[in-house]
Design a protein around this ligand. Structure first.
Ligand code: GDP
Length: 214
């Protein structure tokens, strides 16, 4: 199972996102002052995708001078152990110097990264989403972890990346009908079959004849 780490500076919405993936109530985040969590992990799901998800949140209560060093250490560990990183920025706050530092770290790690601009619901996040492109880590997916927006787009972006790090995933029988292994291989005896559909008189036969050159 592929392992995905959620990275980002404090307060960008990592825990809220984590809770979305593991399907827990939003209230689970521990708001007691002084509580610092270590890496939290759980069984994540997004549509038909399944993965292990790791949250690096929990450093908000650290004092300023120790925050950066500890965040770096925790993030580096999570990054090192992960197959894919979800780098979360706050679309409302825009990109900060701390975001830039984490982006540099991610670039050096050379792991697949998806940039999520969270808190993108409504218009307040629009500029921040564009800002996040300047991190130079590729496309930015606008999401709202709190309101559950942007997760279809995330699923579309994450699917191919997961497939690239997990070449032989275990099919999820509950989510999708398992493909018939006999039909998976294309051979001369079992070539690719394409159906042409359309209402009567739309030109299906003419199209097929044109493709066949008849
Ligand atoms: P973390 O420190 O990165 O784990 O951030 P949290 O998940 O604890 O969220 C920090 C704050 O941002 C909390 O007050 C959340 O309710 C809020 N938040 C999280 N996601 C969203 C979102 O999509 N939109 C808005 N407006 N606020 C959010």
């Amino acid at each position: 199972m592929a392992r995905i780490a959620i990275l980002g500076r404090p307060n960008v919405g990592k825990s809220t996102l984590f809770n979305r993936f593991v399907g827990r109530k939003l209230a689970i985040t521990d708001d007691r002052p002084g509580v610092t969590r270590d890496l939290r992990d759980g069984a994540g799901r997004l549509g038909d995708l399944r993965f292990d998800i790791v949250d690096t949140a929990g450093l908000e209560e650290a004092s300023d001078d120790s925050l950066l060093a500890r965040m770096r250490a925790l993030s580096e560990r999570a990054m090192h152990e992960a197959d894919i990183c979800l780098f979360v920025v706050d679309a409302r706050a825009g990109v900060t110097p701390l975001d830039q530092q984490l982006a540099d770290m991610l670039r050096r790690a050379g792991k697949p990264v998806l940039v999520l601009a969270n808190k993108a619901e409504g218009r307040a996040g629009e500029a921040g989403v564009l800002d996040a492109y300047a991190l130079g880590l590729g496309d930015v997916i606008a999401v709202s972890a709190e309101h559950g927006e942007g997760f279809d787009e995330l699923r579309h972006a994450l699917g191919p990346v997961l497939a690239s790090v997990e070449p032989d995933p275990v099919p999820d029988m509950a989510a999708a009908e398992a493909p018939d292994p006999d039909e998976a291989e294309l051979t001369a005896e079992r070539p690719l079959r394409i159906a042409v559909l359309g209402r009567p008189n739309a030109g299906k036969s003419t199209l097929i004849n044109a493709v066949l050159g008849e």
